[in-house]
Design a protein around this ligand. Structure first.
Ligand code: FMN
Length: 169
């Protein structure tokens, strides 16, 4: 799929079929995530790949809006790693870029996925910390459930000329 097609037709997918997602496909998604730009190229990310059904079920309860994780074939927890920060604070933008890359790659490969927001909601961060016990300086940022789509919401065009300002406001 062409890059523009993938960007313009991606939608959040919250229902998945039982078709397994191969390990090699997950690696490709992570390759796309790690291709993201980052401040001073600091790449302040770590990824937890979750396939264990009981863990996926528990992750469904991390927030009011994470129920679909229980029906996914896999989930990736995108984490910020503050260990070697070169550009303090920018880990959030860096992890967001990695998350978006992963979502677009998933769509381009025929998968469905959705960004489940974790950081900066303290209780969601803490629930994931309780589940995975990452080191102190690693902060769960987002959860991305992945599977082959069992819904097809179709593309939307959100282009809005009124949001665009040329040379002056
Ligand atoms: C920071 C962020 C957090 C989000 N958190 C959730 C979430 O917790 N649960 C969910 O179902 N969707 C979540 N979404 C997905 C949005 O609801 C979705 O992107 C938006 O409604 C636009 O729809 P689309 O992705 O299909 O274009 C999140 C998206 C972003 C960018």
């Amino acid at each position: 799929m062409e890059a523009m097609d993938a960007i313009l037709t991606r939608r959040s997918i919250r229902r998945y079929t039982d078709r397994p997602v191969a390990d090699e496909v997950v690696v490709e998604l992570l390759r796309a995530a790690m291709a993201a730009p980052s401040a001073q190229n600091q790449q302040p990310w770590q990824f937890i790949v979750v396939r264990d059904r009981s863990l996926l079920t528990k992750m469904a309860h991390v927030s009011r809006y994470s129920g679909m994780v229980g029906g996914a074939q896999a989930a990736v927890v995108v984490c910020g790693d503050l260990t070697n920060e070169r550009s303090p604070g920018f880990w959030v933008e860096d992890c967001a870029a990695a998350t978006q890359n992963l979502l677009i790659a998933a769509h381009a490969l025929g998968l469905g996925a959705v960004w489940v927001g974790i950081y900066p909601r303290r209780e969601r961060v803490d629930r994931l910390r309780d589940l995975f016990k990452p080191p102190e300086e690693v902060i769960p940022f987002a959860v991305i459930p992945i599977g082959y789509p069992a819904e097809n919401p179709g593309p939307v065009d959100r282009f809005d000329r009124e949001r665009v300002h040329f040379d002056r406001w």
